[in-house]
Ligand binder design. Sequence first.
Ligand SMILES: [Fe+2]
Length: 253
Amino acid sequence: MARSCEQALGLGVPAVSFTDHLDFTAWIGGDRIAEEGLSADRYRRMRPLDVEGYLAAIDDCRQRYPGLRILSGAEIGEAHLFNVSAKAVAGRASYDRILGSLHAVPLDGQLVAADYLFSHMPAAEVMRRYFAEVLRLIAGSDLFEVLAHLDFPRRMWPPSAGPYEEKAFEAEYRAILKALADSGRTLELNTKSPLASVELLGWWRDCGGMAISFGSDAHQPWRVGDKFKQAADIAEAAGFGPGRDPFDFWRRT
Ligand SMILES: [Fe+2]
């Protein structure tokens, strides 16, 4: 985390948010995943997030790097399925920034990694299943403020399926963007994924989207702020610009 802060300061990035993954290995009463009878076996290898340790590390970074705005946060995976579990953790940690994301989708009664689907069905079908589940995520959870990597499996799009065309999924993108905008939330421009086009961010604007968050999804210190210059150019060309202060989301202009 300290090295990530140093990377941000070196690049002149005014603020960072450490949105550690918050995923669950088991459900508790009321979690929708149990009602739906889905197995989350793929999560068994994960260890619980050490929330107190995490918050102590955030505090330490704030002391060491007073010139950087440091937000606490989490990226909740499948928050619509682990609704009760996620709410309990989020309430305890009082995060500054919560992302909602989807890495797994239901298949034959099991939650499976989205990229696993590529070996089981046509690539376009994988994306459609993923997008349909993202819609359920948005409708089924109000815990998060920002939708992370809205087309995550695109990262693993098989070359044998030809070039990935956003346009082929325009209807699915628009449905997601509309639902996100209607709920007053913010779209992440994720710079670890292939960068969204100006056209896609234009759909966000058309659908009523008001704000964009830049996310490098870094996982490694050297990746903090990666491709932000290109991402900012794309956002600007789509009609978004800096917000009220350097720490704000970018807003529609
Ligand atoms: Fe993610």
